[in-house]
Write a protein of this length. Structure first.
Length: 572
């Protein structure tokens, strides 16, 4: 990755679009020699077969409270560290005037039985008494004991931190840990990161708007007097929060001291990515109706917000996005960011055209035009066919359940959009077959090599409805999985740069990171498609501690456990 761009460099790049375009064309990289043409990606709904029985509660009421519209997230988490990912689903609760008084735990945990099915272990794992309005979730081993913990962001009350008791249950330690939040912040997407590289995971939380209680809500009507949900512009922005891990089970709020709290916004999605390759993780925040944020990590415990300088803060017309889901990857050694959209706009793709400078592709990548009538929430890059080429999935659903009454061409339930990549940063939308042909009110989305067989599985949540599991059932290439275990670095290995190089010299880069998509947590294990390359590969690791390691002659079609400072070992 290139070094960061300073302000003087940025002005030079921005002075002429010709210079930017020329610089963007200078990125070159050797692609997989066996790269095939884009193929149809086949997804199959395996929800019922897997035994996932779940319906989220969004508090749907006659009052049309704003918080009813945004949904809840989901997570893959190997809570018992047996090498098989389990499933965590989130929900809200009934509100005054709700059409349904049905209640259930806000957290539902499903154990992977290793045979394609799951068992609900919510009660046995101590989560049956979880009753709050849950939104986002982040998974990470904050106490470095080898068992993943998780944080849940909430509205109408503080978020919750759950500590894993070595796979035997979870304990709510929010107050003891010092991260209780009673300032009326509406938490959305969240993530773990080691922003100061001290070996302990810190917690970053996006907040949406100021919304302490339902008293902060307000009635909104259409021009014809019909009640409707308010838009975000009706509510004031707030700021994100950063908690520093003290290494003793407690956290300190460093939002103000770090500079994070200085940027007011309406945060919905977050990614962590060391864009300037200086060894310290930077933070991108997707915002709704206000400019998006980029927090550059200064390496001294502080951040500088550089969204406008980076080109990421606004769209092609200079206006703010309505950004929800977000993810990042590298193609041709340049970073690409996908960002969800509101209806009548387009899903955005940003390409790194100069060091630290991003340019909106404006639909030339094939992502934007098919999305104009959709509202994009969960979004991520994934190599569904293991071709060595990243694809893009965006799950959609409107926020107004009566939108068809005043926009006949728009609907509350919308089709997901899956784009097949061609390896050069261009994408083509897949036909609406299987789950892609079923309109839903989608919100969260996460990915995992759920059954350890190389077939990626997508977990999708809906607003006030069921969760879905979609498995790739089409043709597959070779693949390799990487599970990281830090020793001097944080135990989860977050922030580690992983490069996989095949025998012909082709390479792929990814960074182990929390966050991405919308309100959700994907499998922390990295997954690389290799196409027809079946020979052993070389894996290079750049750990947050500064240690650089190379593992050679690593067999493919396996998941490898790579422990900092040790030889590689197969996990499953």
């Amino acid at each position: 990755m290139p070094n960061k761009v300073n302000r003087r460099q940025f002005l030079k790049y921005a002075a002429t679009s010709l210079m930017v375009a020329e610089y963007g064309c200078s990125h070159t990289s050797k692609q997989l020699s066996s790269t095939p043409q884009p193929e149809r990606i086949q997804l199959t709904d395996i929800t019922q077969k897997a035994g996932i029985r779940f319906d989220a509660i969004n508090g749907h009421s006659s009052h049309r409270y704003f918080i009813e519209t945004m949904g809840s997230g989901c997570a893959f988490i190997d809570y018992d560290s047996d090498g098989w990912q389990d499933i965590l689903l989130l929900s809200g609760h009934p509100l005054p005037g709700s059409f349904s008084t049905k209640t259930s735990p806000s957290l539902r945990l499903f154990h992977n039985n290793r045979d394609g099915t799951f068992t609900d272990v919510t009660t046995s794992m101590g989560l049956a008494n979880s009753h709050f309005f849950a939104y986002g979730v982040a998974v990470g081993d904050f106490d470095n004991d080898g068992y993943p913990d998780f944080y849940v962001s909430c509205a109408l009350g503080p978020g919750r931190l759950f500590q894993n008791d070595k796979g035997k249950g979870f304990r709510d330690i929010t107050s003891d840990a010092g991260i209780s939040d009673d300032r009326g912040l509406w938490g959305t997407s969240c993530c773990w990161l080691d922003y100061n590289n001290d070996g302990h995971l810190d917690l970053f939380i996006c907040n949406y708007v100021k919304y302490r209680s339902l008293k902060d809500d307000m009635p909104c009507k259409l021009g014809n007097g019909v009640d409707t949900y308010c838009v975000p512009n009706a509510f004031p922005p707030t700021h994100c929060v950063l908690y520093k891990n003290n290494g003793n089970g407690t956290f300190t709020d460093v939002s103000a001291a770090s500079g994070i709290a200085s940027a007011m916004a309406k945060g919905l999605g977050v990614i962590v990515w060391d864009y300037d390759n200086d060894g310290f993780p930077d933070i991108f925040v997707a915002c709704d109706t206000v400019p998006s944020l980029v927090f550059h990590n200064n390496g001294n415990g502080t951040f500088e917000e550089v969204g406008l300088q980076s080109g990421f803060a606004t769209n092609t017309t200079g206006g703010p996005h309505s950004g929800m889901g977000i993810d990042i990857t590298t193609i041709d050694k340049a970073a690409y960011i996908v960002l969800g959209n509101y209806t009548n706009a387009e899903t955005c793709m940003y390409r790194e055209v100069a060091p630290g400078l991003f340019q909106n592709e404006g639909g030339s990548d094939g992502i934007g035009p098919p999305s104009q009538n959709n509202v994009g929430f969960g979004a991520f890059f994934a190599d569904f066919g293991n071709r060595g080429i990243r694809d893009v999935l965006v799950v959609n659903g409107h926020v107004q359940d009566n939108v068809h009454t005043y926009h006949p061409d728009q609907h509350y339930r919308e089709l997901p959009l899956l784009y097949s990549g061609d390896g050069s940063g261009r994408f083509s939308v897949q036909p609406p077959v299987g789950p892609l042909g079923v309109p839903i009110v989608a919100r969260g989305a996460a990915k995992s090599n759920l059954f350890n067989d190389g077939r990626l599985v997508t977990l999708v949540t809906t607003n006030g409805g069921p969760a879905y599991l979609w498995q790739n059932s089409g043709k597959l290439g070779n693949w390799i999985g990487v599970q990281l275990v830090g020793t001097k670095s944080n135990r989860s290995g977050l922030g580690t740069k992983v490069t996989v190089t095949t025998a012909d010299g082709s390479s792929q880069l990814d960074i182990c990171r929390s966050g991405s998509s919308y309100l959700s947590a994907s499998d922390l294990r990295l997954h690389f498609g290799l196409g027809s390359n079946s020979a052993p590969v070389t894996i290079t690791l750049q750990w947050p501690s500064g240690l650089k390691e190379t593992h050679t002659n690593v067999a493919v079609n396996k998941i490898w456990n790579l422990t900092e400072g040790q030889d590689a070992a197969v996990t499953v």
